[in-house]
Design a binder for this molecule. Structure first.
Ligand SMILES: [Zn+2]
Length: 446
């Protein structure tokens, strides 16, 4: 590929911020350096001394964000039924709309997305594969000489459909299985269609007693975890309720979606067993806003109010999980890490009127008590570890993919208010060495 744009980076001093901790005690200190990017990969990082005339680096550089919960084949505003109709009756139209959302998403700094399953199944795996293929640079539809960013989309890992058992919520849109044999054949299909993830819906919607009933047996869950282990896939489970979270703990599920009713004891076990949690605050916020605006029925209001309150309560707990034990040796500065170590950036983009191409989830995490460092760790390094891609993405380091955000300001020093418009501080975004958003400073060279 032509490297004219990335070549320009060679002489430019940047300050690199990484968040590659696994135990949450500290993150890599920032360094001033210049980046040498060759094709999609960071070939070299040379430490730089900033000259006396140049007091600040040109940009602050962080790894690109990883949104661990989105749905390319849901369009935010529309209902699931509308999305299914589009997927089934006009897959090309759905693909084009998904690609536009994906391009905007990359421009926001989100360089990797986990697709947690389309509604329905017919055509969906094919469309998701076309989106993944589009990402790759040798795709003729995505010429490398086009550096205006129009064509650059995030790398995508996906569950090509969602699995549950009869009774699972919204089960008309899922692949419901009843026996282990059925499950294994669905999983095999999922694997051969190219899925990297297995998304399981473990439970029903909230019932009158504020419980989410588990509909998936231990036998099936255990079979899915074994299958995933054998084939290097990851199981993500939708579990809002205490019972579902217990099932995830019993089986060592890689990631839990929502985890609304997690007790303190469960939170401690999730931390101990390295199980990832996606909060989806933005998804719950959009759902309650939508319900209020549309004057939805009493039961819907009961559910959305309960879930929003539970989500914010959980966020607050996770944000301060390690606060007590570290109070003695950590300041309240921007570098402090206090949160649980395995929280993900997970917005549920696409579902329930939740938009794509949004960083609001990160702002909400900040609002409910996460430090900037903890948020960046969640949105970069944790996402990479969840995907078992920590040697490839989630860090600015030699040999890693050049998935980078170029900031005008040190993002760790932004006030809480400025997180409302985080993207205004993003000068440029690169995905796999290609510009999704070209910094104006560099474009002026051409
Ligand atoms: Zn979702």
């Amino acid at each position: 590929m032509s490297n004219t744009h990335t070549d320009k980076l060679k002489g430019i001093p940047v300050e690199i911020l990484n968040f590659d901790t696994t135990n949450g005690t500290k993150y890599t200190p920032s360094i001033t350096a210049t980046l040498n990017i060759d094709n999609s990969v960071i070939r070299e990082i040379s430490q730089t001394k900033i000259s006396s005339t140049q007091h600040t680096p040109a940009y602050f550089v962080t790894p690109g964000f990883i949104n661990a919960h989105a749905h390319w084949l849901m369009l935010g505003g529309s209902s699931l039924r509308e999305a299914v109709d589009l997927i089934e009756k006009n897959p090309e139209e759905m693909k084009q709309r998904a690609l536009i959302n994906a391009q905007k998403t990359a421009q926001m700094g989100i360089t990797t997305v986990c697709d947690k399953g389309p509604p329905g199944r017919k055509n969906a795996p094919q469309i998701l594969n076309q989106i993944k293929e589009y990402f790759h640079e040798n795709n003729p539809n995505n010429p490398n000489n086009d550096n205006n960013g129009r064509n650059v989309i995030p790398r995508t890992f996906a569950s090509h459909w969602t699995i549950s058992c009869p009774g699972g919520f919204a089960d008309v849109f899922l692949q419901a299985v009843s026996t282990k044999q059925e499950l294994l054949s669905k999983l095999e299909e999922l694997r051969t269609s190219g899925s990297e993830l297995i998304k399981f819906i473990l439970e029903t919607e909230l019932d009158a007693n504020y419980e989410y009933k588990v509909v998936v047996s231990d036998e099936l869950l255990s079979a899915a975890v074994d299958f995933a282990r054998t084939h290097n896939m990851r199981v993500s489970a939708h579990a809002k309720g205490t019972l579902g979270i217990d099932a995830c703990l019993r089986h060592g599920i890689a990631g839990i979606e929502h985890a609304l009713q997690a007790t303190n004891a469960q939170i401690a076990l999730l931390e101990e067993r390295n199980i990832f949690v996606g909060l989806t605050l933005e998804g719950f916020e959009c759902r309650i806003k939508h319900a209020v605006e549309n004057r939805e029925d009493t039961n819907t209001m009961r559910v959305v109010e309960y879930e929003w309150a539970a989500a914010t309560r959980l966020a607050t707990k996770l944000a301060h999980f390690h606060s007590d034990e570290r109070n003695s040796n950590s300041t309240n500065g921007t570098n402090s890490t206090n949160s649980a170590s395995n929280v993900l950036f997970a917005s549920d983009a696409g579902s329930h009127s939740t938009p794509h191409a949004s960083l609001r989830e990160l702002m909400l995490m900040r609002k409910f008590g996460f430090s900037p460092t903890d948020i960046f760790r969640a949105a970069t390094w944790n996402g990479a570890r969840f995907l078992n891609q920590q040697n490839n993405i989630g860090k600015v380091a030699q040999g890693y993919q050049a998935d980078l955000i170029f900031w005008n300001t040190n993002p760790l020093l932004l006030s809480e208010l400025e997180w409302e418009r985080l993207n205004k501080h993003i000068a440029g975004v690169m995905v796999g060495g290609r510009w999704a958003k070209l910094p104006s400073h560099l474009s002026s060279h051409y």
